[in-house]
Design a protein. Structure first.
Length: 296
């Protein structure tokens, strides 16, 4: 009995410490080195070095001077030269630059650009790279291309003023932490070509109230919606078989979960620290972690 009490206390403290660490990260600024682990810092440094490399060109189109790289017969936008630009910037990326089709927005292209208020991305673009718009703290509006196929890791993380985003039905890849800590985002509808809600993809989206998941989703990965403190209900389609660790942990006003009839696995702390939640009906055949619905 004493061991069980000690173990439960240990688990409780460990979970609280984990949430505290997440909250500390949430309030760290984009310019704070604590934002990135070593691999992320290295990736961003490589991307920024690439932007400044001789392979890139500065080409003026309309009011903007774009940093571009020609590859695969087209153009990848790597940013804009905005030293002399006034805030706010309402950017329209053209479909072609010097006769070459714009097919991507490169990694870290607009990382930490505090002047950017809105972006329109042309339908010719099929992918958006890692951290492409991460830490654009004043970015309010993004028009994604109708033919977009891939949004990579952390692409829009910490866009604090981004209130809505429409993901096109053509999207097949959504990276981890893609919209992490978009604290103004209120609603998200995932397209039918996605099969997973990636790890931390919407964690700490504290204004997120509505989540629409298609019947193609089979798994909600670890911490996908952790600390979404405005989320009151979630409908998990019957296609979902797996809910990862801490997937909905800390969703403090979550009241209702419509559980998938085909759920097979619910991970550790998946719905922990959800004090308003009424435990859903779960098939007897499902593997449920002991602390999946823990109250801490």
């Amino acid at each position: 009995m004493c061991f069980n009490k000690f173990y439960n206390l240990y688990i409780k403290k460990a979970f609280c410490v984990s949430l505290l660490l997440l909250l500390c990260c949430a309030f760290a600024g984009c310019n704070d080195n604590s934002y990135d682990d070593g691999s992320r810092q290295e990736s961003i440094a490589e991307s920024q070095e690439s932007i400044q490399s001789a392979d890139n060109s500065l080409i003026t189109v309309g009011d903007f001077t774009f940093i571009t790289k020609t590859e695969m017969g087209g153009v990848s936008v790597r940013g804009i030269s905005d030293e002399n630009a006034d805030y706010p910037i309402d950017l329209i990326i053209p479909e072609a630059i010097e006769g070459k089709t714009v097919f991507s927005v490169g990694a870290s292209a607009f990382y930490n650009n505090e002047k950017l208020r809105s972006v329109t991305i042309p339908d010719t673009v099929t992918w958006i790279g890692d951290t492409a718009f991460a830490c654009c703290e004043n970015l309010e509006s993004v028009k994604l291309p109708d033919n977009l196929q891939q949004i990579y890791t952390n692409a829009f993380e910490r866009c604090y003023k981004l209130k809505e985003i429409v993901l096109p039905q053509t999207l097949t890849t959504l990276g981890q932490s893609a919209f992490k800590e978009c604290t103004a985002l209120t609603e998200i509808t995932l397209p039918e070509n996605l099969t997973t809600v990636p790890s931390m993809s919407f964690s700490m989206c504290s204004s997120l109230k509505t989540v629409n998941l298609p019947n193609s989703i089979t798994s909600v990965e670890d911490m996908a919606f952790t600390l979404c403190t405005s989320l009151e209900k979630i409908d998990l389609p019957d296609s979902v078989t797996t809910i990862g660790e801490s997937a909905f942990a800390g969703c403090t006003v979550l009241k209702t979960v419509k559980m998938s009839k085909n759920i097979a696995s619910i991970g550790s702390a998946a719905f922990s620290y959800c004090p308003a939640l009424k435990k859903p009906d779960i098939p007897n055949s499902a593997s449920v972690a002991n602390d999946a619905f823990g109250e801490y």
